[in-house]
Design a protein around this ligand. Structure first.
Ligand code: FES
Ligand code: FES
Length: 164
């Protein structure tokens, strides 16, 4: 299929990609850009594993055409940390043992971040309502809800990943 150029900002860097009209944003992120933190789960909008931010809103990248991202700001899980400083929600996931196999985790963190941006101290009900489209086969959700509710405590504490 004929390719066209789509331009958008990916994790803070203006980029351009040659895409077919039916290429999904998920595939551009994972296959062209090799950013494999964004996961392919169901491919039909049912699991949330592919969640990224587009202009600050959570978007299922398995349902979004790459051409629709023209001119947008796209952020993936790889763009959430500031250099080696984890996002407070990433830190809270670690401390609350909210990760088991980890497959759902990037999507959980991306959508959790959009809740925290609007509601810094959400109730459990708010967390569960906001994240009701995200599926996890491992944790039973309690630790994930706890991690999102507890993220506020890390907002003022920087956490630096160990040097490689
Ligand atoms: S892979 Fe996109 S919602 Fe499941
Ligand atoms: S931690 Fe395994 S699917 Fe959620």
């Amino acid at each position: 299929m004929k390719k066209q150029i789509v331009r958008f900002t990916l994790n803070g860097t203006p980029r351009e990609f040659a895409v077919a009209a039916n290429d999904l944003l998920l595939n551009v992120i994972r296959e062209q850009e090799k950013l494999t933190g964004t996961k392919y789960g169901c491919g039909i909008g049912e699991c949330g594993a592919c969640t990224v931010h587009v202009d600050g809103r959570p978007v299922l990248s398995c349902l979004k055409l790459a051409v629709e991202a023209e001119g947008c700001e796209v952020v993936t899980i790889e763009g959430l940390a500031q250099g080696r400083e984890l996002d407070p929600l990433q830190r809270s996931f670690l401390d609350n043992n909210a990760v088991q196999c980890g497959y759902c985790t990037p999507g959980m963190i991306m959508i959790g971040r959009t809740l925290l941006d609007e509601t810094p101290n959400p109730t459990e009900e708010e967390v569960r309502s906001h994240m009701r489209g995200q599926l996890c086969r491992c944790t039973g959700y309690a630790s994930i809800a706890k991690a999102v509710m507890g993220a506020g405590e890390y907002e003022t504490k920087a956490f630096r990943m160990p040097a490689e």
